[in-house]
Design a protein. Structure first.
Length: 138
């Protein structure tokens, strides 16, 4: 089977946190082939969340009780969006990870293959089917 074409995967959208710098969207787009949603501030991120279909989101552990992406998704009733928590603050998942609404976590730094595997694990079957059909994990 052939690899997924970038244009085919652009239908999958990933939300990145606003507190990451402007280089992250292109890195993730290149590594994953997804359409990346990102703004450099909370207000614009909220506008994006309110007007977009989001398939998956990343939240970088920004502090012990600071989960802005999760809060924004809840505010706009996007509770079904799987969120992966990237552990860069103290590299320990919160004890109530699932109760907080996270689908899983990754230790930072991580490799593209590890990120792809986690994404594949948490995506709904309907979205995952496109990735499986195109051998995305190879």
């Amino acid at each position: 089977m052939s690899k997924a074409k970038s244009s085919e995967l652009k239908g999958i959208t990933m939300l990145l946190p606003f507190y990451l710098n402007e280089h992250f969207p292109s890195l993730y787009e290149d590594a994953l082939g997804f359409r990346i949603l990102w703004a450099d501030n909370r207000e614009d991120t909220e506008k994006i969340v309110g007007s977009s279909i989001i398939d998956i989101a990343l939240e970088w552990q920004h502090g012990p009780e600071d989960y802005p992406i999760r809060e924004i998704l809840k505010k706009y009733n996007k509770k079904d969006v799987p969120i992966l928590l990237c552990l860069n603050w103290h590299r320990q998942p919160p004890p109530n990870l699932e109760n907080l609404g996270y689908a899983g976590y990754l230790n930072v730094p991580f490799r593209a293959a590890g990120l792809k595997q986690k994404i594949y694990e948490v995506l709904p079957e309907t979205t995952k089917a496109l990735l499986k059909a195109e051998c995305w994990l190879e």
